[in-house]
Design a protein around this ligand. Sequence first.
Ligand SMILES: [Zn+2]
Length: 440
Amino acid sequence: MRLDFYHTGTATEEVFSLDRAVVEPLPWPGNPRHAVDDSNLGKYLFEVKDKQTARVLYSRGFASVYGEWETTDEAKTLRRTFQESLRFPAPDAPVQVVLKKRDKQNRFQEVWTTSLDPSDIFIDRSTPKAPAPLIEIQKNGDPSTKVDFLIIGDGYTAAEAAKFEKDARRMTEVLFSTSPFKERRRDFNVWALCPPAAESGVSRPSTGVHRDSPLGATYDAFGSERYVLTFDNHALRRAAEFAPYEFVEILVNNRTYGGGGIHNLYSTVAVDNAWADYVFVHEFGHHFAGLADEYYTSSVSYAPSAERTEPWEPNVTALLDPSALKWKDLVAAGTPVPTPWGKEAFEAYSNGIQQRRRQIRAERKPEEVMEALFREELQHEQAMFKQEKYAGRVGAFEGANYEARGFYRPEVDCIMFTRTNHFCAVCRRAIERVIDMYTR
Ligand SMILES: [Zn+2]
């Protein structure tokens, strides 16, 4: 069952309104032993409750495009609407769907509720035609006991269908060469699907490129040139429903560096960039396990929040009470918290790189120039980190979550911090917990 709705508002008010209920064409792919979400991930949480007994039949935490947009400057002056969907097993009897959002103390509070009667004649039970054949990349078992991961293409023409399949297989190998996905490969089914586009590539408004691509993916989301999202949830759902899926990666058929990832919604990557492997795994970390960005020196669209509350994301902390550090069981004895590191030297170097990065984009230099800058940056960073006394150990290193002060990350380095190729121990554990939820 899929409940489509509209999420409208500004930085300070939000309104939800029902669009439609749809029965998707494939059987529910979820794990019946883990219908209730105990991960505590996501800015939002929805619950499906039996109307008679109020028992929670299904719940899932998630984040949304709206949830990010409401923290941008645009939301202070403009009211906008975003489409969203909630997917859950089709109920046998009337249910109450309750949507909750975290308050300032990060507790979930109800913001919307609607009832759903499965005998309602207006539930759409039509059987639409698939936009493209479903490709089985790897199938390790029944969808109900596996993580079902869909790789979906945007900006590929019909003539580029073979390229899409090759790209999807390449990205699959990248994911499963990274721990802990590597060790848990057999817990995943991977599917691929690519609705054909009329033209190659997706929109990039900052360079005057506009494309009517099937999924509507676009660069420049919230004015950030590298941020690739689709705002067309309906188009995405209408294509994705032809695969058993819990997680979705949108491959955009472009060379220019970019991507994005939202917890339990989707992640994106520009597949032809030299850094596509890194972007794919990093953004998938956001999407799959609700990981926060550990970086803080590159520009983002979000306005900093005035107060410091403990973030819900598992890999960053405000360290309000160091004795209650949420990953303290992974901190080795003798490691000071907060943990000293060469922060000033890192920031001085990083600021220089960010300046050159902006200049390369302003001058519209070829993409190889940007790719080379990132290679130079990573090499330099890795040489710096090698000198760190606490490299490779878990502690609490200041600088994370877009803030130089007041937020801390678990290790000196992680793929959520730099363009390295591995997750830190805290991120790895967070990912494993989500894999367990879909398989155990
Ligand atoms: Zn990490």
